[in-house]
Design a protein around this ligand. Structure first.
Ligand code: WQD
Length: 340
């Protein structure tokens, strides 16, 4: 079966995608610099699928190492590129770290793909590129707004780099997947989200509060023009997201693409408010969450949720798991990780 390279394959979405690739019979090669993950994740993947992916520790900023890697692995048929820094707040404090880590590494990979007779490339993008969309739900044709953070800018620039490269390199077929908010964990609780330090994102902060690591969740504002005053997002289960990557890769491997650069929104199509997420968690966990309403967080958009028609019709993919499923799995994972 085809060998697929997954960069950042020990990360949150990467590891779940490796599991789904192996479930489909692909042979997986993971490269990861372990800056935001650990080799325990490799054990977790192996214990789920019974197959240990090939792993090489590699920092994609090391151009020579990247060139040497692709020389050694000329039989790679597809690349799913997750490796990147992804903390919005950190990117504001460390813009050069983000531009170096997220952009130069993409350029080095694309230079290698250009040398291949044919390559199939899946790029990890984000709904962040839309900023606060004027129309909801958000379609792939929604205007790209000026990025609110260097992180979001690296996703916008990354898509432009791929688009420009595909224009002059017909041998490269690429799909950018624009994720909404990935949440939850694999049902086995053997892999999941492992934020380092204080979680920036809502769901890990909820589960860490419930398990007692965090004192209290701060809800960033309840004075937004939404039904309950809190922000709305499209929370998509990470397993549904992972399956979409395999489907998108197959589209390219089987030459079912309509052009050699395509974009797809990956969401549930349903918006949920912060309070609805909290209530879902309390329902499925039986825990009463300790939270308080505080001021708004700089840069938050009011509401964002996906128009999923293109992914449904073109990819034949639709999310199947619910917000309750995501909260249940996130809670189970938190309890396992903390040995509770
Ligand atoms: C969700 C909602 C917060 C934490 C970011 C990136 C996006 C993607 C997903 C990478 C917001 C509220 C949060 C907390 C809160 N990442 N919140 N208290 O900002 O929608 O998206 O993560 O691709 O690119 O931008 O996700 O989970 O941080 O926030 O009230 O302690 O939860 O205000 O309304 P966000 P989030």
């Amino acid at each position: 079966m085809d060998r697929i390279l997954v960069t950042g394959g020990l990360g949150f979405i990467g590891s779940h995608t490796v599991v789904e690739l192996q479930n489909e019979g692909y042979e997986v090669v993971i490269i990861d610099n372990l800056s935001n993950s650990s080799l325990d994740v490799l054990e977790g993947i192996t214990s789920i699928t019974g197959k240990k992916p090939f792993f090489e520790k590699l920092d994609l900023k090391d151009k020579e190492h990247v060139e040497g890697f692709f020389k050694k692995h000329e039989d790679i048929k597809g690349i799913i590129h997750f490796a990147a820094s992804k903390a919005v707040g950190e990117s504001v404090q460390e813009p050069l770290l983000y531009y170096e880590n997220n952009i130069s590494t993409l350029v080095y990979i694309l230079k290698e793909l250009k040398k291949m007779s044919s390559s199939n490339f899946i790029f990890s993008s984000s709904c962040t590129v839309y900023g606060q969309a004027d129309e909801l739900p958000i379609t792939e044709n929604a205007p790209i707004k000026p990025a609110e953070s260097p992180y979001g800018n690296t996703k916008q620039i990354g898509e432009e780099i791929i688009k420009d490269t595909c224009k002059i390199a017909p041998n490269i077929k690429a799909i950018a997947l624009r994720y909404f908010n990935p949440v939850g964990s694999h049902e086995s609780a053997k892999i999941g989200e492992l934020p380092i330090g204080v979680p920036q994102n809502l769901v890990p902060f909820i589960t860490q509060t419930a398990i007692g690591i965090r004192e209290q969740l701060s809800v960033f504002g309840n004075d937004y023009p939404t039904p309950d005053g809190t922000c709305i997002r499209d929370y998509i289960h990470v397993v549904d997201l992972a399956k979409a990557h395999v489907i998108a890769l197959k589209r390219l491997l089987e030459n079912k693409h309509k052009s050699n650069y395509e974009t797809f929104n990956l969401g549930t199509g349903k918006g949920s408010s912060v309070l609805e997420v909290i209530h879902s968690f309390e329902k499925v966990s039986g825990e009463k969450l300790n939270y308080k309403i505080v001021g708004r967080r700089e840069g938050d958009v009011i509401s964002a949720y996906a128009d999923t028609k293109k992914a449904n019709d073109e990819l034949g993919w639709k999310s199947e798991l619910t917000l309750d499923d995501a909260m249940r799995s996130a809670w189970k994972w938190e309890q396992v990780v903390r040995g509770k």
